[in-house]
Design a protein around this ligand. Sequence first.
Ligand SMILES: [Mn+2]
Length: 160
Amino acid sequence: MGKQMLELKEAGKKLLEGQNIALTVHVSPDGDAIGSVLGLARILTGLGKNVTIFVDDIIKGFNFLPDVDKIKTETNLEGIKEPLRFDLLCVLDCSTLERIGRVADCIKADHVLNIDHHASNEGFAEFSYIDENAAATAEILCELVETMQWELDALTATYL
Ligand SMILES: [Mn+2]
């Protein structure tokens, strides 16, 4: 599959093209990973998308954020025997496919989009938007919201 670097607005359009969208982040998720994935999930859900979040880990330290418990974590992944079908897998805050752990085996997606800020990211995904000058993936998502003229509510802003 060919690999393509996208402009930010094009990355937004890829998100709009999918209806059933899986979101994931790296193992040992930090605040940027969890905030970004919950924020983007809320935006996309608001746009009428069916969104499922997968993280191959137990999430520690972020229970103060609403809906952290809706993320399919390590324990849920063990129950997935056949890959689940999605239009799009969007990988956030992650510079290699290995870093999403077993989520890679649980999902079969028509397209894969990576949004990240790590300088080490060489563009592993089918579509990538990488801004190594961004301090965080959440910062990129704030720009994406502006570029796409998506609505940013208080909870989404809290996540990001
Ligand atoms: Mn980050």
